[in-house]
Design a protein around this ligand. Structure first.
Ligand SMILES: Cc1ncc(COP(=O)(O)O)c(C=O)c1O
Ligand SMILES: [Zn+2]
Length: 434
């Protein structure tokens, strides 16, 4: 089998297993399921590490916390990942680029510091490559050579690209409405593509049935808790690179803006920050603010209507507070009616003192242009939603004059040029005469 020809992958000795975010039941590292046996699909699991033992290791102390011996890219953070490849490989060696300072955007928002974590530059053009890298490594560890997922596009593209690099097979279920550039990316990398004439939520259900029936490895971040761990490396890199000497204790932004669909990326950002805080790498928790499109904002709506203390709510109270919606936004990657990771996202965001808010599609389109003109970064609508949220948070007073702000830019604008073309005017041709 192809997987056997790749470098071996072992379990992180400090990974303790996964805990259900609803009932708290703990599962060992050998648990083969993805969600809690008692809570079903709502029982999303959350990976836990022996942070006390990690804090005691020399390499997690200030100067060296982000340098796992011999590793590059996102595997520099292998101490905080569930699996650890024994050697670099093209199929999982991604990420590691420094963030982009955006002083002209900062001026536009009246801020001192605004930094972009620009993941449009990853191999498939989105942050999802971080999750796919961990999925490929885990599949290899389990001896599986076929990985599958349902996706609005980017998770799928990341799987198609990294599976091609590793020589594994991929099956991908997408809603028929996915932008053409994303479909092209899947097909050209040789993925087996299944287009579903329905919503993302329906596509997800169909993929689950096929994954179970065929014993494929699931790269559905919506329920596979190990993928959130891969995404976590975006914030770990950002903190490593944040001002001062790398690894300087205490250096971190005040606020991190994150676009939200299923709630996996924002869970990973807030979780990563919490782990760094527990390890003593940062001395305070940045506020993590989740941004949804107004036409697909179940978390932001529930957050705004919440009369309880968000951080004190139980998993079941959070589930009851969030109503599904019929999604309607041009930001296809965050067009999600009921975020699968809603409990995890809510709990972690609440612990950081952050919030969820929503922005109209017009604000997202405006943010695409601002990012491009003032920072030279071309984002797809969902990728620009974090900046649209920063403008809104600034207007609402959630971001103050002295806050240092980081914005996660999660997907490349070339994936959805129709959206970008809505924000500009293509000039009429002139006659070909001087
Ligand atoms: C570019 C981009 N931004 C944001 C998101 C939202 O991430 P999540 O579904 O983890 O909330 C996605 C998910 O597909 C995405 O592709
Ligand atoms: Zn449970």
């Amino acid at each position: 089998m192809t997987a056997a020809r790749l470098p071996a992958v072992h379990t992180n000795p400090h990974w303790r297993g996964c805990r259900c975010v609803v009932c708290g039941r703990m599962y060992g590292t050998d648990y083969e399921g993805f969600v809690c046996e008692d809570c079903g699909i709502d029982g999303i699991l959350d990976a836990e590490y022996d942070l006390q033992a990690l804090a005691a290791l020399t390499r997690t102390e200030a100067a060296a916390w982000s340098a796992h011996p011999g590793a590059s890219g996102l595997w520099r953070f292998a101490d905080l990942l569930p699996v650890q490849p024994e050697a670099d490989h093209h199929g999982w060696n991604v990420a590691g680029l420094p963030p982009v300072a955006a002083p002209r955007l900062a001026d536009h928002l009246g801020l001192r510091t605004l930094v972009l974590k620009d993941d449009t530059r990853l191999p498939s053009g989105s942050l999802k490559d971080r999750a796919a890298a961990v999925a490929v490594a885990r599949a290899v560890q389990l001896g599986l050579d076929h990985i599958a997922c349902a996706s609005t596009g980017n998770a799928a593209a990341s799987l198609a690209v990294l599976a091609a690099r590793a020589g594994l097979r991929s099956s991908i279920f997408v809603p028929a409405a996915a932008p053409r550039a994303k479909l092209a990316q899947l097909l050209i990398h040789g993925a087996n593509l299944v287009r579903v004439d329905g919503t993302y939520d329906q596509t997800f259900e169909i993929s689950l049935g096929q994954i179970t029936a065929n014993r494929w490895y699931s790269r559905n971040c919506a329920h596979n808790p190990l993928l959130v761990e891969g995404k976590k490396t975006a914030i770990l890199e950002l903190v490593r690179d944040w001002g001062g000497a790398p690894g300087t204790a205490g250096a971190a932004p005040d606020v991190v803006m994150v676009p939200v669909g299923d709630g996996c990326i924002i869970s990973s950002v807030a979780k990563g920050l919490q782990e760094l805080h527990t390890l003593g790498v940062i001395d305070r928790l940045p506020r993590v603010i989740g941004v949804q499109a107004a036409g697909a904002a179940p978390l932001a709506t529930a957050w705004g209507a919440c009369t309880a203390e968000p951080a004190a709510m139980s998993g079941r109270e959070i589930l009851a507070a969030i109503e599904p919606v019929q999604p309607n936004t041009l930001a296809d990657s965050i067009s999600v009616g009921i975020p699968r990771n809603r409990v995890k996202a809510w709990k972690y965001v609440a612990r950081t003192g952050g919030a969820f808010l929503s922005v109209p599609d017009e604000a997202i389109l405006e943010a695409i242009g601002l990012l491009a003109r003032l920072a030279g970064v071309f984002a797809e609508p969902s990728g620009a939603a974090g900046l649209a949220g920063a403008l809104s948070a600034r207007a609402q007073g959630l971001i103050g004059d002295h806050d240092q702000v980081a914005v996660m830019v999660t997907g490349n604008g070339l994936k959805d040029i129709d959206a970008a073309l809505k924000t500009v005017t293509v000039p009429e041709p002139i006659p070909p005469t001087a």
